[in-house]
Design a protein around this ligand. Sequence first.
Ligand SMILES: Cc1cc2nc3c(=O)[nH]c(=O)nc-3n(C[C@H](O)[C@H](O)[C@H](O)COP(=O)(O)OP(=O)(O)OC[C@H]3O[C@@H](n4cnc5c(N)ncnc54)[C@H](O)[C@@H]3O)c2cc1C
Length: 377
Amino acid sequence: VERTEIAIVGAGIIGLAHAYAFARRGRKVTVIERSPAANGASVRNFGMIWTIGQPPEMRPLAVESNRLWREILSAAGLWHEAAGCLHLAYSDDEWAVMQEFDETGREYGYRTELLSPEEVGAKAQGVRQDHLRGGLFSPEEVCVDPREVVARLPDFLSREYGVRFDFGRAATACETGCLAGFDWRLEADEIVVCSGDDYETLFPAQFAQAGLTRCRLQMLRARPANGSMRIGPMLCSGLTLLHYKNFQVCTTLSDLRERVERERPAYLRHGVHLLVSQHATGEITIGDSHHYGPIALPFNDVEVENLILAELARFLDWGSWELTQRWQGVYSVFPGGPFFEAEPLPGVRVLTGVGGAGMTLSMGLGERTATRIPAGV
Ligand SMILES: Cc1cc2nc3c(=O)[nH]c(=O)nc-3n(C[C@H](O)[C@H](O)[C@H](O)COP(=O)(O)OP(=O)(O)OC[C@H]3O[C@@H](n4cnc5c(N)ncnc54)[C@H](O)[C@@H]3O)c2cc1C
């Protein structure tokens, strides 16, 4: 029987962040991943470390996570761009929310700056100027390529900290001190289950009782004809103000919501808002939509894709470009809070349900768990 100190189930970003936090403390860590390479939510996202999107009560964790991300990305030599993010306003009600947030957000520690249309043009390439009222810039956000990060962090963690990765092993049984699969057993002092939206294999009763569900998102990748064009900051449009909880501190948000309900109900029905991130290759990731429920059907909807592309065309004007990929991502959602954490058995913790903020919060969550399980306990 093999032995380790800390066994982690899942090599998605939550599992990797936990491996980093424990290994840095000198703990012996083994990560068990059922696939030959993780290919869940963590490789399907924008790669946005989107600190601004977190509500005030989550901000300390998000800021700490952002710091740890920068540290591990630099140490591992992984491409990243501390590009910040830019919210674009094309109507008075969107602009009112951004102005209010710029002022009110300061009280909670957000560091934003209002930009005139000219200043937006100077900061970001390819943004439409017609009807542009202004922009809200935040300097904190970091862009990574999620595919690269999830593929390469295991090598870094093995090399630097001796973390052992067992890919192609599904954990089908878990009890205090022991994890097991079809033809293997692993003894461990502590077990952390970071199984994403797999609610069926380990602890199905706990997941069902907590009301965990799923969200399905449609995504696109595109390549600009001008391969050397860099947008600059990550971009989002006014619909995004309705999506992220940080903007709920704004009293002006209700006017915007009422207008969007009246004029653009399809966007709300499909939960479509627009985010754009650009990676080292120059390719751009575009999304997304939000469909909630226990089953994430695999059928991508053309109507939804058209809504996404129409909204994109309202603010991005980068000449000719080519759509290169379409995919869908599924993430785990906990209706009861920002993430789901439980200790179903002594020495066994479960952490999932981080929703659309798993990249942003992962490193902070790993750190949080590791400080709660000190060596020798
Ligand atoms: C389209 C999309 C866009 C997003 N954009 C962003 C963004 O830009 N910024 C942001 O902060 N967040 C974003 N998110 C959210 C973020 O991607 C997720 O919150 C995060 O990736 C969840 O990580 P995870 O490790 O919990 O899950 P996963 O990445 O799904 O990993 C779970 C892993 O556990 C493994 N596993 C499960 N059960 C077992 C078992 N029994 N034995 C062995 N292995 C097992 C699975 O194979 C899987 O690899 C986005 C999500 C999606 C889908």
